[in-house]
Design a protein around this ligand. Structure first.
Ligand SMILES: [Zn+2]
Length: 254
């Protein structure tokens, strides 16, 4: 089986080298590593390749996560993304998070997030790059803004939004990526059930913890099994289709 982890944060993993070997042993042939701010985007572009092996390719994504909005020097980070977008495979992780801290009740903070999101989508569009989107609690705004900005290739990572939003996202031809939370999260499971295999990718969001255990790219096998189970399709077919989808949306070859 050949698997793709379409959304991970490799620079945050402990013992990355060993984790890569375990991923390889599970059949992972490609990983897209996200950038969350200027610093991690730089790592993604310049350091991540050093961990590639003969059988496992690593592709860089660069972006500014909505949680990083006030963390660093935003103007500087944006300039970095703008100037280096042509070198990245994906623009991500970008998006909106209305459940983050006190954002929920603050229309001004929401607007700030949307402003940043639009700028990053604009960069993706100009460079003809796909995007990996974080949409927690801002499901419909994320879908609508992405469509409004004219971005054609978008993955809604770990999508757990309501049915109507999923429908709209699929109508635009966008994708959803499944994490190991597809084993137990009611909302995420419902999304996977209602997403056709042609619109699905697999991911881990490593090193995020699932049921108390930090994930690594080898855990993409858990996402695979959960999807196969929910859709009642055999694992080989899920692996094949999701990897084909990854090749298509990322315009990569492995
Ligand atoms: Zn992530």
């Amino acid at each position: 089986m050949r698997l793709v982890d379409s959304h991970a944060h490799l620079e945050d993993l402990e013992n990355l080298k060993e984790a890569i070997h375990r991923a390889e042993a599970e059949g992972v042939v490609a990983i897209v590593t996200m950038g969350s701010d200027g610093k991690s985007s730089l790592w993604s572009l310049e350091e991540s390749k050093k961990y590639e092996t003969e059988n496992l390719r690593i592709y860089p994504a660069i972006g500014i996560h909505p949680w990083s909005l006030n963390a660093g020097n935003l103007a500087e980070d944006l300039r970095f993304i703008e100037e280096n977008a042509y070198r990245a495979t994906v623009i991500g992780e970008i998006g909106l998070d209305y459940w983050y801290r006190d954002v929920r009740k603050d229309p001004e903070k929401k607007e700030k997030q949307r402003e940043l999101f639009r700028r990053l989508l604009e960069i993706a569009k100009r460079n003809n790059k796909p995007v990996s989107i974080h949409s927690r609690g801002a499901w419909m705004d994320c879908v609508e803004i992405t469509a409004e900005m004219g971005v054609k290739r978008a993955i809604f990572h770990w999508f757990s939004g309501p049915k109507e939003t999923l429908k709209s996202l699929l109508d635009y031809g966008y994708y959803v990526s499944a994490t190991p939370a597809a084993e137990y999260s009611k909302e995420h499971r419902e999304v996977i059930r209602n997403t056709p295999l042609e619109n699905l990718l697999l991911e881990t969001d490593s090193p995020v913890s699932y049921r108390g255990k930090p994930a690594e790219p080898a855990d993409v096998i858990k996402s695979l099994f959960a999807v196969a189970n929910l859709k009642n399709v055999d694992e080989e077919k899920v692996a094949e289709e999701t990897s084909e989808n990854a090749r298509e949306i990322f315009k990569i070859n492995f």
